[in-house]
Design a protein around this ligand. Structure first.
Ligand SMILES: Cc1cc2nc3c(=O)[nH]c(=O)nc-3n(C[C@H](O)[C@H](O)[C@H](O)COP(=O)(O)OP(=O)(O)OC[C@H]3O[C@@H](n4cnc5c(N)ncnc54)[C@H](O)[C@@H]3O)c2cc1C
Length: 462
């Protein structure tokens, strides 16, 4: 592969940052990744990705994007023990109206493994691809990006500070800077320091808290289990298999419900879910990790793609641009699809005039479907004073999605459209296809199953 022209600096070498490196290969001469942490030798937790202690699933849309960027990554994850759950067969799901019907549809799956394993596979594959490319890639670990260089109209590099006593700040020049530093991104403040307005920000905060722990189960179920929160019960819990035969339990509370992280409170929390199945399943479970909480979970989108949102030379990706209520499992998929969008925007030449705005629009489009579905589903739980007001379109989306979700639990036609959208393989307009819309709006509401469908599973159901 040929190298390209110009140098890029990527701030943050997490999932989005590494996938951006992959997207840049062949399009720039050199990429320097500035990463706050030191990487562990293998798949291990690191401080810069605190959410990695919690349940992480990769949706079909993310699997496809990852495979396109890094062919063979799915097989490598499987060889390392990552589990593939066919949907809806392999995840018993208790939704708004009860348990979903379960059957083998064979169109969607979730990959379930620890986040450190996923990050490790992505990082090693990206660095291997870099070594075989014409683009030089350098990863500068244990170093913080602390500001942007340039002026209001053009970013020309990054100021960095190595960690450790007495280390001096230094400047890294770049033709293109990509911010992939996650939820804690400081680009809005850095742009203001350059004399440019921070981007407009939208937030929809349903007040969600998370707590997670890894367990060994005496009698593991043959499926994952997810009991969703709903307007009459703000508690949720998900139990999924990990690569080493252990299980991760993540519980959450919405609308400000306190999720305990002490031993007794955490163990009792699942007794308050909408159905007792998950709580009973956990009897005799052996804790293998401490209970870890997480609270910074709002949907938050910075509108860098708006006209004038980014100066020349800067693109913002991943959670730094758009982050989601994590229960929908969308963030990593959006990061991967966004990296593909950046790659395509670079396709007719490397860094050049107008690239930043164009690439930023493409990255934003990659997040649109996930944003619409997450905020549409979260609106019923949002404290009106806390978040930006919903528009007419968003209010209709909330009403329609609520009806559709209830129908999807029992109706394979509506369920199939719903799965396409939540797996991020089809735009939300798929939920408005005539057959789906008619069934959603005209058929009488039917409750879902009262108990989890544990018996034999039909091969297909249409
Ligand atoms: C509790 C929880 C559960 C989630 N579950 C799921 C799920 O099931 N499925 C899913 O798809 N998504 C899930 N997500 C979302 C997912 O974790 C994120 O979307 C994803 O990590 C975004 O990747 P990123 O690279 O943008 O950010 P991150 O993964 O947060 O990486 C940011 C990187 O930047 C580095 N960094 C930060 N600041 C600096 C700096 N100033 N200088 C240098 N380096 C810096 C950090 O060390 C880190 O390496 C979940 C999120 C949370 C909070």
């Amino acid at each position: 592969m040929d190298g390209g022209e110009g140098d890029a600096v990527v701030i943050g070498g997490g999932l989005a940052g590494m996938l951006v490196v992959r997207a840049l290969l062949g399009h720039v001469r050199k990429v320097t990744v500035v990463e706050r942490d030191r990487y562990p030798d293998g798949p291990a937790f690191r401080k810069g990705v605190p959410q990695a202690r919690h349940l992480h699933i990769l949706l079909t849309g993310g699997q496809e994007a990852l495979e396109e960027l890094l062919p063979g990554s799915g097989a490598e994850l499987a060889a390392a023990g990552a589990r593939r759950l066919d949907m809806p067969r392999d995840l018993l799901t208790c939704g708004l109206t009860g348990w979903q019907i379960r059957f083998h549809e064979g169109r969607h799956s979730l990959i379930s493994c620890t986040r450190p394993l996923l990050d490790h596979v992505v990082r090693t594959r990206v660095l291997a691809a870099a070594a075989a490319s014409g683009t030089a890639v350098e990863v500068v670990e244990a170093t913080d990006a602390v500001g942007l260089l340039g002026g209001p109209d053009r970013v020309t590099g990054v100021r960095v500070r190595p960690r450790g006593a007495g280390r001096q700040e230094r400047d890294m020049d770049a033709d293109l800077v990509v911010d992939a530093s996650g939820r804690a991104s400081r680009t809005p403040q850095w742009l203001e320091a350059l004399g440019r307005a921070a981007p407009a920000q939208e937030s929809v905060d349903p007040g969600l808290q998370y707590a997670s722990r890894v367990l060994r189960l005496p009698e593991p179920p043959g499926t994952g289990v997810y009991v969703q929160y709903r307007p009459d019960n703000p508690a949720a819990g998900g139990l999924l298999p990990l690569e080493d035969g252990t299980w991760i339990l993540t519980v959450s509370g919405i609308g400000g419900l306190d999720v305990p992280t002490d031993e007794g409170g955490f163990a009792e929390f699942t007794s308050g879910l909408a159905h007792p199945y998950l709580h009973e399943l956990l009897r005799g479970a052996e804790p293998l990790s401490p209970v870890i909480g997480f609270r910074d979970t709002s949907n938050r989108r910075r509108r860098y793609e708006a006209p004038g949102g980014v100066p020349e030379g800067l693109v913002v990706v991943g959670d730094a641009a758009c982050s989601f209520n994590p229960v929908y499992g969308q963030g990593m998929t959006v990061a991967a699809v966004g990296a593909l969008a950046l790659r395509d925007a670079l396709a007719d030449g490397g860094p050049r005039a107008g690239l930043a705005a164009r690439a930023q629009r493409a990255v934003a489009r990659a997040a649109d479907a996930a944003w619409l579905t997450a905020v549409g589903a979260d609106r019923p739980y949002v404290d009106a004073g806390q978040s930006s007001a919903p528009g007419l379109g968003e209010r209709f989306t909330s009403w329609y999605v609520e009806r559709l979700v209830a129908r999807a639990a029992v109706d394979p036609v509506v369920g199939s459209a719903f799965r396409d959208v939540v797996a991020l393989t089809a735009p939300p307009s798929r939920m408005l296809a005539p057959a789906v819309a008619l069934r959603t709006m005209l058929l009488r509401r039917r409750p879902a199953l009262a108990d989890p469908p544990l018996g034999p599973v039909p091969a297909t159901r249409r």
